[in-house]
Write a protein that binds this ligand. Structure first.
Ligand code: UDP
Length: 453
């Protein structure tokens, strides 16, 4: 989509939550709306902030977050989210008040565009009489989980959490109760039920909801979200495919893996990454190493510092590991993932099923081996394996199971069928971006909506 030749008429104030899987889509969305003629201010907590010099076209403003050191050093995701929601409301309000005071009449603040997990931003918008736009960086189905979970919890269903019920969730028939329960488990155990309700509440109050998804991928869930939340929803994903965007990686990308990939046979490489937050224990790291060493496929493995809590991980691998796999294995601490998935050598993605990774894999027609850890990853896996049929579930972190699952995905007829379906999905996504199709239309409607504020 071309940048429109028009004067900057209004400013959008983005509020980020400081996690890689949220920063990426939020900055992609900001880039898309900048290209549509809006000016952009990015407000972010001091923790984990993106490199502003990569985006000279945006104004970046940090706000204080007072995050408790204990939660941060323990990597307690839900503790951090909860603290951000408590601590940032005042600083955000003050920051936007200052902006309003200094406002240029030709560059007015039009609305606050916030990550749905920073749901207090809607109260700030209401207080300052500005429209709030809520952005969901996970699929629409996860919002239904927020909506149906408190009811199921009240009805006592979730006490049967561990019973692994195979019943379908009535509002979301693609899911089984056990998966809904697994995805929401953290919420009960960590007392985060309130936050789930606050997210749902902000979605009901916002002036518009943007979801990084594609209509045809989860039509049933999108329709239900509109009904349940009476939300004016704009599905304009996958954001990263609308415009070329600059990397917003918090870790340095190791691009050497691209030259390694260029030497591998087409569709031969299994790419392995568990995203920016999930962690495994030392035993699981070693089982993964031996599963990959024995699988007979070339592999590219992201071993992120902290993948095993408190360790830089590479030191935990057996001393002879790289020698035993030789040129067949490439290990990096952080990869340029979108470029990796787009490389013709990559034939499969063993993923934790984070939503960005799932969308990025779909967009490149790469089938997946799914091993979700928490939250929406369980829901995403269900769609990948049972609804779109472009992946299979890895049951456990055991070297022999890993080896067999990689063969099923990369070599067996079953995997080849999944690859065909994945390529078909990729083509459908490409169509949705074309003029007159769902994403293109939804983006134009969103721009009209913002201009109407
Ligand atoms: N990513 C990357 N390099 C890596 C691993 C991940 O650039 O080595 C990016 C990936 O492309 C995605 C994001 O980090 O955009 C991870 O988001 P996702 O929702 O998949 O998972 P999360 O990190 O939130 O669990």
């Amino acid at each position: 989509m071309e940048k429109q030749e028009q004067q900057k008429v209004s400013r959008l104030v983005f509020v980020l939550i400081p996690f890689q899987g949220h920063i990426n889509p939020m900055l992609q969305l900001a880039t898309i709306l900048y290209a549509k003629g809006f000016s952009i201010t990015i407000i972010h907590p001091q923790f984990n902030f993106p490199n502003s010099s990569n985006h000279p076209e945006f104004t970046f403003i940090p706000i204080s977050d007072n995050l408790p050191k204990r939660e941060v050093s323990a990597g307690d995701l839900f503790g951090i989210v909860s603290a951000l929601n408590k601590n940032c409301e005042g600083p955000l309000t003050e920051c936007i008040k200052e902006m309003l005071k200094a406002e240029d009449p030709h560059d007015r603040i039009s609305c606050i565009v916030y990550d749905s997990t920073m749901c207090f931003s809607q109260s700030v918008a209401d207080h300052l009489k500005l429209p709030g736009i809520c952005v969901r960086t996970s699929p629409a189905a996860t919002m239904l989980a927020f909506a149906v979970f408190p009811r199921l919890h009240e009805q006592g269903y979730i006490s049967f959490l561990e019973s692994m019920s195979l019943d379908r969730v009535s509002d979301l028939p693609s899911l089984m109760l056990k998966e809904l329960a697994a995805s929401m488990k953290k919420i009960t155990t960590d007392g985060m039920l309130e936050l789930g309700a606050a997210v749902a509440d902000s979605v009901k109050k916002c002036s518009a909801l943007i979801v990084n998804t594609v209509d045809f991928l989860e039509q049933e869930a999108i329709t239900k979200v509109q009904e349940l939340f009476s939300a004016s929803a704009f599905t304009i994903g996958p954001f990263h495919k609308l415009l070329p965007t600059i990397s917003s990686s918090l870790l340095k990308e190791d691009t050497n893996c691209i030259s390694w990939l260029n030497k591998q046979a087409p569709k031969s490489v299994i790419y392995v990454s568990f995203g920016s937050i999930a962690s495994i224990d030392e035993k699981e790291l070693l089982e993964t190493a031996w599963g990959l060493a024995n699988c007979e496929q070339p592999f590219l493995w992201v071993v992120r510092p902290g993948l095993v809590c408190g360790s830089n991980c590479l030191e935990l691998l057996p001393i002879n590991f790289q020698d035993s796999v030789g040129e067949r294995g490439c290990i990096v601490e952080w990869a340029p993932q979108k470029e990796v998935l787009a490389n013709d050598a990559v034939g499969g993605f063993w993923s934790h099923c984070g939503w960005n990774s799932t969308l990025e894999s779909i967009c490149e027609g790469v089938p997946m081996l799914c091993k979700p850890f928490f939250g929406d990853q369980n829901i995403n896996m269900r769609y990948v394996c049972d609804v779109w049929n472009v992946g299979l579930e890895l049951e456990d972190f055991e070297g022999g199971t890993i080896k067999k699952a990689i063969k099923r995905l990369m070599v067996d007829t079953e995997g080849k069928e999944m690859r065909k379906k994945a390529i078909h999905l990729k083509e459908k996504v490409e169509l949705s971006l074309k003029e007159g199709d769902s994403c293109y239309n939804s983006l134009n409607d969103l721009v009209k909506k913002i201009l109407s504020f």
